[in-house]
Design a protein around this ligand. Structure first.
Ligand code: ADP
Ligand code: MG
Length: 383
């Protein structure tokens, strides 16, 4: 989805209040009536009506006609603006540049800070497919009353959960010294991190020392496990390779990204996810570099022995304490499972990122067409 920022600087304080009012109202109204928008924005009806027409023209809110009453709902564009506005206020983002990634559930942009330094903005878009088509998943209607009140199950809430989760793990991993981007900010469904100057392993045809890189990646998986975590989508799409000069030599440094599927080692399917991550690395190294490890492992039961040993921190516990609760984790997981969100492990060659950044709108709506993908696919989830 495009991020059209040209109206960002034209919005006045009343417009922002009106947009925020539509967002607030959307938490428990599918269609937010104009009177409620005026009420929530604490502005006069006249001012609000002026703002509404401007916001609707910029596609930040959309008029909903086929309801019992006329009203508006927030669009993804509107949510994008609200989040960006907050990130700008916190100086996490100054300018927005090119789109560098288009996934089914996220968009990635290069942004800059005030000094012009480049960063990465990741926008989570869970539920984008059904949202765009204007049809809702049948099961959306079966939400419990409590979920409805909280807006749980909605694209807005779930996309925010994904961003909160990703940011929490990014912070914890960075803090523990793992090779990940630097976390720089998060608001609503968006997060900002440092830009890694490198390429996904997927795009790398040859490496000087496959055995060395393989060992490093396996070590990373085991280290994660010792910290209480399993990535859950550890594969050639989510490992960026950066080149680092070391004297005469150039060393390839793997950097791990993309954390919305991370689980604790205590998750009921932990072993399944651990084995799948290991298998993804093995399969990729065999296919791409012709490298096959003589070692059968690592095994989950061995890696798990390291959890909490010698006073090692437990990041799964820390993250839970830091605000991404177990309940939120369960909600997000249930939603992702229900909507078939299964990370990059299910992508195939035809789904690679278009480096021109142009997005094929139709393509987005495609159902999974990667049944013949040899990489890390077709393993039934046991849970
Ligand atoms: P998705 O959930 O859509 O797979 P990712 O977080 O894996 O999202 O990002 C998609 C792509 O965007 C990556 O494969 C990578 O090419 C690029 N990317 C993401 N984060 C960064 C970053 N911090 N630095 C550089 N490139 C990044
Ligand atoms: Mg990814």
């Amino acid at each position: 989805m495009k991020l059209d920022t040209k109206s960002l600087r034209y919005l006045n304080p009343t417009d922002w209040r009106t947009l925020t009012a539509v967002e607030t109202g959307s938490r428990n109204h599918e269609v937010v009536p104009t009177s409620l928008i005026a009420n929530l924005s604490k502005s006069s009806l006249g001012d609000v009506q002026r703002s509404i027409s401007l916001l609707a023209k910029a596609n930040l809110i959309a008029k909903v006609k086929n309801a019992k009453y006329d009203g508006y709902r927030l669009t993804y564009g509107g949510l994008d603006y609200l989040a960006l506005h907050s990130l700008q206020k916190n100086s996490a983002v100054y300018g927005v540049g090119n789109q560098i990634g288009v996934g089914k559930e996220s968009d990635i942009f290069v942004v800059s800070d005030e000094k012009g330094e480049q960063r990465v903005l990741k926008i989570h878009r869970l539920g984008r497919v059904s949202f765009k088509k204007g049809v809702r998943n049948k099961r959306d209607y079966a939400r419990t009353k409590a979920q409805k009140e909280r807006g749980a199950g909605s694209w807005m809430y779930m996309s925010r959960l994904a961003a909160v989760k990703e940011f929490a793990f990014l912070q914890a991993l960075h803090d523990a010294g793992l090779s990940v981007p630097i976390p720089l900010g998060q608001n609503r469904h968006q997060l900002v991190m440092s830009l890694i100057d490198g390429f996904p392993l997927r795009q790398i045809e040859k490496v000087p020392d496959p055995a060395g890189l393989y060992a490093e990646l396996i070590e990373m998986l085991v280290r994660l496990c010792s910290l209480g975590l399993i990535h859950g989508d550890f594969n050639e799409f989510n490992i960026l390779i950066r080149e680092e000069e070391q004297g005469e030599d150039i060393k390839l440094v793997p950097v791990l990204i993309d954390f919305p599927q991370m689980v604790s080692v205590d998750h009921p399917n932990a072993e399944f996810y651990f084995d799948r991550d290991v298998e993804c690395v093995k399969r990729f190294f065999a296919r791409r570099f012709g490298f096959i490890s003589t070692d059968n492992g690592p095994l989950f039961k061995d890696a798990k022995q390291l959890v909490g040993k010698d006073g090692v921190r437990r990041l799964d516990v820390e993250v839970e304490a830091s605000g991404f609760s177990r309940k939120m984790a369960r909600e997000l997981e249930a939603y992702m499972k229900e909507h078939g969100v299964d990370g990059d492990a299910k992508r195939d060659e035809t789904n690679d990122i278009d480096p021109s950044g142009s997005e094929d709108e139709e393509h987005d709506d495609d159902e999974d067409d990667d049944s013949d993908n040899p990489a890390c696919n077709g393993v039934a989830d046991t849970g």
